[in-house]
Design a protein around this ligand. Sequence first.
Ligand SMILES: NC(=O)c1ccc[n+]([C@@H]2O[C@H](COP(=O)([O-])OP(=O)(O)OC[C@H]3O[C@@H](n4cnc5c(N)ncnc54)[C@H](OP(=O)(O)O)[C@@H]3O)[C@@H](O)[C@H]2O)c1
Length: 285
Amino acid sequence: MSPSTGLLGPYSVRRVGFGAMQLPGPGVMGPPRDHDGAVAVVRRAHELGVDHIDTASYYGPDVANQLLAEALDPWPEAMRVVSKVGARRDETGAWLPALSPAEVRAAVEADLRVLGIDRLTAVNLRVLDTPDDVFDTALRTLTTLRDEGKIELIGLSNVRVQHLERALEHTPVACVQNQYGLLDRGGEDVLETTRERGIAFVPFFPLGSAFGAAPRPAEHPDVQRIAGELRATPSQIALAWLLQHADHVLLIPGTSSRAHLEENLGAADITLMPEHVEVLDGLAG
Ligand SMILES: NC(=O)c1ccc[n+]([C@@H]2O[C@H](COP(=O)([O-])OP(=O)(O)OC[C@H]3O[C@@H](n4cnc5c(N)ncnc54)[C@H](OP(=O)(O)O)[C@@H]3O)[C@@H](O)[C@H]2O)c1
């Protein structure tokens, strides 16, 4: 079995955490269809030992953070909350870049205000075709916010190795959050570089996303066959493969369902045999 805890900067956390993106309404906009159900999912995650939550002020906007604050009041001391800056939503729900110093600062301050906490464990700077000078300035704003005590650790998201190396010239980096999964192996070089540098690698869309934005591993026949052999679900196999693939991987699968949450946490208890790993490693990325 793969280790049950991993490192997020100096903190030991369970390797299966929780992604809050599925808590708001459809399209990650507005209130959830089932408010009490969304709050219950977060409470159940905490009850089951989740100590690492990923969120962003632009989920809702503010809705994911409101639900987290409601569910976890008072905040458990050992809960590590990670957010992101670099994007904003318009009234149509479009995802737009927001990397100016004022936008980065406003996003962190909105997280703190809505979550009702004094400091975020980590904030990921999310980039997408971002020019180097914009990246550098946004990173400087994050280091200033860290100096002010509003965030503890700095992470990156959607980055290539060049971004990581550029950032490391200025600051330690605790985590990298990139799209990656069993059937979605782009950016393996980032995974390798983070492993070499002792940086947590936190894949997003590990189950294929809610939008069809990534291949859904649970639909692959080999994954379904192995799930049957191990009396697991196909989603659990996809998550277990990620956990076994590299010890520095921390998971944040997103769900609005208690049943799925429990299933996802159960992935940590699955041991894939070498013959399973061989098949899964070989699936087209
Ligand atoms: N850095 C970035 O740019 C970035 C981008 C996207 C996401 N993220 C973060 O990464 C987290 C994970 O990504 P994600 O939530 O978009 O995608 P995901 O975890 O790949 O998949 C979420 C989808 O899978 C479903 N699901 C979850 N558990 C399941 C299970 N056991 N069986 C069947 N279906 C299941 C969810 O539906 P139900 O609600 O019905 O369970 C939802 O439709 C997000 O929550 C967010 O925190 C970061």
